[in-house]
Design a protein around this ligand. Sequence first.
Ligand SMILES: *Cc1c(COP(=O)(O)O)cnc(C)c1O
Length: 344
Amino acid sequence: MRELKDLVRPNIWALSPYSSARDEYSGHDAHVFLDANENPYNQPVNRYPDPLQRELKELLAKTKGVHPEQIFLGNGSDEAIDLVYRVFTRPGVDNVVAIDPTYGMYKVCADINEVEYRPVTLDERFQMSAEKMLDACDDCTKVIWVCSPNNPSGNVIKREEIEILLDRFDGIVVIDEAYSDFSRKAAFRKDINRHPHLIVLNTMSKAWGCAAIRLGMAFAQKEIISIFNKVKYPYNVNQLTQEKAMEMLRSPYEVEKWVKTLLLERGRMMEAFLLLPCCEKVYPTDANFFLAKMTDADGIYHYLVDNGIIVRNRNRVTLCGNCLRITIGTKTENTQLLSALRKM
Ligand SMILES: *Cc1c(COP(=O)(O)O)cnc(C)c1O
């Protein structure tokens, strides 16, 4: 195992973070705040928010079964993805390995940070071979990206294969579990105590129905989280987002109800798709979407656009020739999609 110090970029390891006004006073009992050049009027949004989102993390820790110090919160998971690059990978020197196809942001952030991105093609069932992933690594591979349930295929990546990566790869393994709320399979979030170099990503954008508030999270041992905290913008999660997220966490039954409904609808949609003449195959999924192989993905995509219905055309993505990715909507929305396809 490489030590964390050997994985983090030397400039980041040595970094003294910006110390905000709100960092310095914390822990003391105070009621007059004349330290941050804020306007005393226009409550409650006149004050800077808690830079470490302590109250929100306390609630989240209970829901997610981790300690508050094992949580990083960001402006969407996209912030956490970018931070992984900025913390661990030296531009022009290091590289990362990722399953292919998968979520596009891992590659975009690699390109932005000038880091070599090494995609490793999944098998025809969208499963990962740990052996192939490890073969793609060299001494400059800092990070392996796994997304499970994977986007755009929807399936969970086999736990045994991910375990092999965790045991044999001596760098950082990131598992993006944006869709784990829709899956009954055990989440890797629970395993961060056993693996010092594991980072698990979650988001409020999918099952929690909060894409607009931009709240993503990373779970890892506290040594990694504290490095993320020193690199992030001081006030990266705004007050309105923190408040809305706490409100959501106080009513988890709502989310459970949504998930149940969406999973029922998903079953109905996949069965209906199989009966469509324009659909050749639907792939098994553990997420709130499914991938469907069509007779002519481009043609059908444009036909649907003309009818005011937008799905995701994945035709040009690895292993996804002629595939559309269908998000599960409300019963009415789903039925509109089906009747449009039946009228083709
Ligand atoms: C939608 C999605 C996310 C969510 O990103 P946010 O920035 O939190 O909205 C993350 N990872 C994957 C794989 C996704 O599909």
